[in-house]
Design a protein around this ligand. Structure first.
Ligand code: BG6
Length: 551
C-alpha cells in the first residue's frame, strides 16, 4: 500500500531519541510505559527480522468506544485492541474510554474486559504484563445517549485525559451500538463539538459499524446526518470482510502478478461464483435478523464488496480514494435487476429444522425472538451482471446463507472451455479451468487445470494446484478487526466504505427487497438446515447450463 500504510517504526509511540528525564506525573507515566516498550531488543538490530517490514504506531490518542458493554465490543473490538496493545502497535499515550449506559467503575469494567479476553482473545494465555498496562488506561464513562449533561461531561473528561495521559486531542469514536442510535450519538457529538479537529494536531475520527441504513433512502439520510457533523474524510464505515487477510490479498493477487490480469475479462472468463456460506444460525440475534435477512446482512455489503474487488479496474494507487473510486465504478455498473429479473434470477430461502455438522438444529422460525410465521430470508442467491467493457455478458452468481452444511466463503473464477474438441475420443474431457480463492476457512488459492492421466491411453482429468496460507507462511493472520482498527487509528481509509459506495450498493439491493415486500413470499421454510439452500437456487444457475461449485 502507499505511504499511509508504510508501517516502519516512526511516530510519537516510538520516539527516535531516549525519553526525556521524567518530572511531572504525566512524564513519569510516559517514561514507565516507554521503558516497557523499549526494554525489548531493538527489532532493527535483530538479524532474524531482516527483510520484514515493521508496523507504524498511531499517534497518541483516546479510543472512545460507544456500546462498550455490548456483544460486538466484547467479542471483536476489545480483543483487537488488546492484541494491538500486546504487540506494541498502540502508542504508550493511549486511553480506552468505554461509554455505555450501565453503571461501572473503571476497575469493575476492566474486570469485565479481562473476563471477555479470557474467552475471545485469539492469543491465550493473556499476557499479564501487557494487560496490567492496558488496564491502567481503561476509563469507564456512563452515558445515556439522550442525556445532554452526560455528553457535556464526556467532552470535559476527554480534555482531562489529554492532560493526564498525553492523548494530544486525538480521538477515535467507535460506534459499536445499535444502528438506530447512530444519528442521536452523532448529533450529540456535534452539539458538544467532539468532531472539531484542532489546529496543529488533534484529529477526530468516527468509525461506524454495519448495517449502514436498511435501504437506499435510509442510508442516504444517515449519510446526510453523519456528514452534517463529520467531514467524509473523518468517517470510517466498517465492512469487516475488507479487513480479512485473504480479501486484502485479492488486490495483491490481481495487481501484483503479471499473468492473471490479461485473462481477467469477458474474453476468458465464463462466469464468477461468490459464496458466503455459514453453518451457524442466527446465534441469539433473532430480533436483529428478523429486521435484516440475508440480503441486508450479507448481500448488500460483504458479497457486493467481494464482487467489486474481483471486478474493479486497477487503481492508480492504493490511496483510499483511488481504490474506492474504482470500486464505486463497479457498483454503479452493476445492472439494476428489473422486476422480471428479480422474479427469475434472484431467489430467497429460509431454513427449516435439519442437521448441521452432525447435530440436530431447529428451523429459523423456531429460533428465539423469531416470528413463528416469519418471512425473513436466511438465504439469498442471484445472478448479477456488470455493464462495462471488461465484464459485459459475464454472469456473477452470488449466494449467501445461514445453516448451510459448512462455513465456507469462496470466490471462484471459471474460465471458458478450450475451443477445440481435441479430446473427443479420450476418457474424460478437460474441464474448464477454475481459480478458486478460499477466503475462509482453509485460506488459500486453488487453480484447476487438465492433466493427462499416466498410462498408454489419452485420459484427461482435472488436477488442482494449491496454495495454502498455513503451510506457506509461518505467521498467524491478524483478525480483520485488528487490521481495521489499526488502519483507522493511522488515518488510512482504504479498507473502509465511502458514503457514495454504500449508497451505490444499496441501489442494487433496494429494488430487490422492495419487490420481495410486494410479492407473496415463497413457501417457507424451503431448505433443510444442513443443505445448500433451496432448489430454486440450483434452478437459477442450471437454467444457464452451469452448476454451483461443490465447496
Ligand atoms: C456479519 C453478519 O456482518 O458477518 C453476521 O451480521 C455474519 O450475520 C458475519 O454471521 C459473518 O462474518 P464472518 O467473519 O464470520 O464470516
Amino acid at each position: 500500500m502507499d505511504a499511509s500504510t508504510d508501517r516502519r517504526p516512526k511516530g510519537p509511540g516510538r520516539p527516535a531519541t531516549a525519553p526525556p528525564v521524567a518530572r511531572t506525573t504525566l512524564q513519569l507515566r510516559q517514561a514507565a510505559t516507554s521503558a516497557r516498550r523499549h526494554s525489548r531488543p531493538d527489532p532493527d538490530k535483530n538479524p532474524l527480522r531482516e527483510g520484514l517490514r515493521l508496523e507504524q504506531v498511531p499517534d497518541p490518542c483516546a479510543f472512545v468506544l460507544f456500546g462498550a458493554t455490548g456483544d460486538l465490543a466484547h467479542r471483536k473490538v476489545i480483543p483487537a485492541i488488546y492484541q494491538l496493545w500486546r504487540t506494541n502497535l498502540l502508542p504508550a499515550e493511549f486511553s480506552l474510554v468505554a461509554v455505555a449506559r450501565r453503571p461501572y467503575t473503571n476497575e469493575s469494567f476492566a474486570a469485565e474486559i479481562r473476563a471477555s479476553l479470557e474467552k475471545y482473545s485469539r492469543v491465550q494465555p493473556i499476557d499479564e504484563a501487557a494487560w496490567a498496562e492496558l488496564a491502567k488506561r481503561i476509563v469507564y464513562h456512563q452515558l445515556d445517549f439522550a442525556d445532554d449533561a452526560a455528553f457535556d461531561s464526556l467532552g470535559t473528561r476527554l480534555d482531562e485525559l489529554d492532560k493526564e495521559c498525553g492523548t494530544a486531542g486525538n480521538r477515535l469514536f467507535y460506534l459499536a451500538t445499535q444502528p438506530s442510535q447512530v444519528t442521536e450519538i452523532v448529533r450529540q457529538m456535534g452539539r458538544v463539538g467532539l468532531d472539531h479537529e484542532m489546529r496543529g494536531g488533534g484529529w477526530r475520527r468516527l468509525v461506524v459499524e454495519k448495517p449502514f441504513g436498511r435501504d437506499f433512502e435510509s442510508a442516504r439520510l444517515l449519510n446526510h446526518e453523519v456528514n452534517k457533523v463529520f467531514r467524509e474524510s473523518q468517517v470510517y464505515r466498517i465492512d469487516h470482510y475488507l479487513g480479512k487477510e485473504t480479501v486484502r490479498n485479492l488486490l495483491v493477487f490481481r495487481f501484483g502478478n503479471g499473468i492473471f490480469e490479461p485473462v481477467w475479462n469477458r474474453s476468458y472468463v465464463d462466469h464468477v461464483q461468490i459464496t458466503v456460506g455459514e453453518s451457524i444460525g442466527v446465534e441469539g440475534r433473532g430480533a436483529f435478523y428478523e429486521e435484516t435477512g440475508a440480503s441486508r446482512d450479507i448481500l448488500q455489503n460483504h458479497l457486493l464488496q467481494l464482487m467489486t474487488l474481483v471486478a474493479m479496474e486497477p487503481p492508480s494507487s492504493f490511496q483510499a480514494d483511488a481504490l474506492r473510486d474504482q470500486k464505486l465504478a463497479v457498483l454503479r455498473a452493476i445492472c439494476t435487476p428489473t422486476p422480471d429479473e428479480i422474479k427469475h434470477e434472484i431467489v430467497r430461502g429460509q431454513y427449516g429444522p435439519g442437521w448441521v455438522e452432525g447435530e440436530p438444529v431447529p428451523g429459523y422460525r423456531q429460533e428465539p425472538e423469531v416470528d413463528p410465521e416469519s418471512e425473513t430470508e436466511t438465504f439469498v442467491a442471484g445472478r448479477f451482471t456488470i455493464d462495462d467493457w471488461r465484464w459485459s455478458g459475464v454472469p456473477f452468481y452470488l449466494r449467501a446463507g445461514k445453516r448451510l452444511p459448512k462455513r465456507a466463503t469462496e470466490i471462484a473464477i471459471q474460465f471458458k472451455e478450450v475451443p477445440l474438441r481435441l479430446f473427443r475420443d479420450s476418457a474424460g474431457d478437460p474441464a474448464p479451468n477454475v481459480l478458486a480463492m478460499r477466503i475462509q476457512p482453509d485460506e488459500g488459492i486453488m487453480l484447476r487445470f487438465a492433466a493427462k492421466v499416466p498410462g498408454l491411453g489419452l485420459d484427461v482429468r482435472a488436477v488442482n494446484m494449491d496454495f495454502a496460507y498455513d503451510t506457506s507462511f509461518v505467521v498467524d493472520s491478524p483478525d480483520a478487526y485488528e487490521t481495521l482498527i489499526l488502519d483507522a487509528l493511522l488515518g488510512d481509509a482504504s479498507l473502509f466504505t465511502r458514503a457514495d459506495e454504500v449508497e451505490a450498493a444499496w441501489s442494487v439491493v433496494t429494488p430487490i427487497i422492495n419487490a420481495w415486500a410486494e410479492q407473496p413470499a415463497p413457501h417457507f421454510p424451503d431448505y433443510a438446515a444442513g443443505s445448500w439452500g433451496p432448489e430454486t437456487a440450483d434452478q437459477l444457475i442450471e437454467r444457464d447450463g452451469r452448476r454451483w461449485r461443490r465447496i
